[in-house]
Design a protein around this ligand. Structure first.
Ligand SMILES: [Zn+2]
Length: 411
């Protein structure tokens, strides 16, 4: 008989391992570890942590723990009740290794959380043989502890964006980003005035006054609320948001041209070209470049719109307001030649928000961080189990975008 003991693997305060019951020859090997209270210790009240005396012996419970080798491991624990002198009542005993209300140990929960950082909830659930709902609940608890507390100190430059979670008007969430650190500061449902009001309501007056600039979409409800809550802040319509807005024009022109295409061949060219037109030219593969060139050769209108997309970027290369203004004027003159109602509407918006576009000369907000955030959120959206739970989704985004820990830039 070996002297080796499995007890060292279960170093739980106030409990001792007394026996094990292993079934290793089965298809699903398992083991039950029986724990008994250490009689030398007094039981502790679940609610207040005070030591009391045993009030009653309840039923035995099974709590899932980390596997021992290949065996799914259950702790077989007596659930006692404690007479608590502080609460003056009979209470459930507190366990050092598990939450009384949960059927898994703390260390098993931690393992699940660690897996969720790199795997989807479904994959984790399959791996640990638990219900996906349980896995998600465990992960959400940890996320709440780590990212549930808001921190609005030291905000100077914000970027506000909306993301579409579902199709339809109600499927939007608003994301507030600390542009200088890349941290997602706040997320809320909707993209209305009320949504941003809810964000600003959480800030103190001093925190609001500290905000110097806000990068935005040309979206009136947001503009209105930023001007209302932070009148000192400069509103900047950055290139990222502008190109995104112009993408709508490209998309609509493309759709119309597909419908208007006279022959089947032309239609084939245009069909499936959405991605070619919207994507950054530098990111296209050589064969995609060829397809794009052919498409632009065939269709004059699409070609004009595409050139305008490139030209839009030129406005943002100037650091002097006067030069940027001249580039903007030139752009609008060129754009007016494309006869399309969406183009006219876009020019109208540019003219109306000209001030915010030229503010870019003082507050240079580069596109790549915003693009990076957007892409990351898209990935989470694809992977997140139950993203119909906006709170959980927001926590996942905050976890993925905690920001750089640079304090030198601030203060
Ligand atoms: Zn108590």
């Amino acid at each position: 008989m070996s002297n080796l003991s499995i007890a060292v693997y279960f170093p739980f305060a106030r409990f001792n391992v007394v026996s094990q019951n292993a079934h290793l020859d089965l298809k699903h090997p398992g083991t039950q570890i029986r724990l008994e209270p250490d009689r030398r210790c007094r039981p502790v009240c679940r609610d207040c942590g005070a030591a009391g005396r045993v009030h009653a012996w309840g039923r035995r419970r099974f709590i899932r723990d980390l596997n021992v080798g290949p065996a799914m491991t259950l702790l077989d624990v007596a659930q006692r009740r404690v007479w608590c002198p502080a609460c003056c009542a009979a209470k459930v005993e507190r366990l050092s290794f598990a939450d009384v209300s949960q059927r898994i140990t703390h260390r098993f929960a931690q393992y699940i959380y660690a897996l969720c950082k790199v795997m989807t909830v479904q994959d984790v659930a399959r791996h640990v043989e638990l219900d996906p709902k349980t896995v998600k609940r465990v992960e959400k608890q940890f996320l709440q502890q780590a990212f549930g507390q808001a921190n609005y100190d030291g905000l100077r430059v914000l970027a506000i964006d909306e993301i579409a979670l579902r199709k339809g008007l109600n499927g939007y969430m608003t994301v507030v980003l600390d542009y200088l650190t890349g941290r997602v500061v706040w997320m809320g449902e909707g993209r209305s005035m009320e949504t941003l009001d809810a964000f600003f309501a959480e800030l103190t007056d001093a925190q609001k006054q500290g905000i110097e600039a806000v990068a935005l979409d040309m979206w009136d409800p947001f503009i209105n609320r930023v001007q209302h809550h932070c009148p000192q802040a400069k509103i900047v319509f950055d290139l990222f948001h502008l190109v995104k807005a112009f993408g709508e024009v490209i998309d609509e022109v493309r759709r119309e041209e597909t419908r208007r295409a006279a022959c089947k061949e032309d239609r084939c060219y245009i069909k499936g070209s959405r991605y070619l037109l919207l994507k950054n030219r530098d990111n296209l593969r050589p064969d995609e470049c060829v397809r794009l060139r052919e498409l632009l050769k065939v269709n004059e209108r699409l070609s004009a719109v595409y050139v305008l997309k490139d030209q839009l970027k030129m406005i943002y290369q100037y650091r002097r307001r006067g030069w940027a203004k001249r580039a903007l004027d030139q752009w609008c003159t060129l754009a007016e030649e494309v006869d399309h109602w969406l183009m006219r509407r876009f020019i109208g918006r540019l003219r109306r928000y000209e001030h915010g576009i030229l503010n870019h000369c003082e507050h240079r907000i580069s596109t790549s961080p915003l693009e990076g955030v957007n892409n990351k959120i898209k990935v989470i959206k694809r992977k997140a189990y139950g993203f119909h739970d906006p709170e959980y989704f927001a926590l996942k985004v905050k976890q993925a975008l905690p920001g750089r820990k640079t304090t030198t830039e601030i203060g």
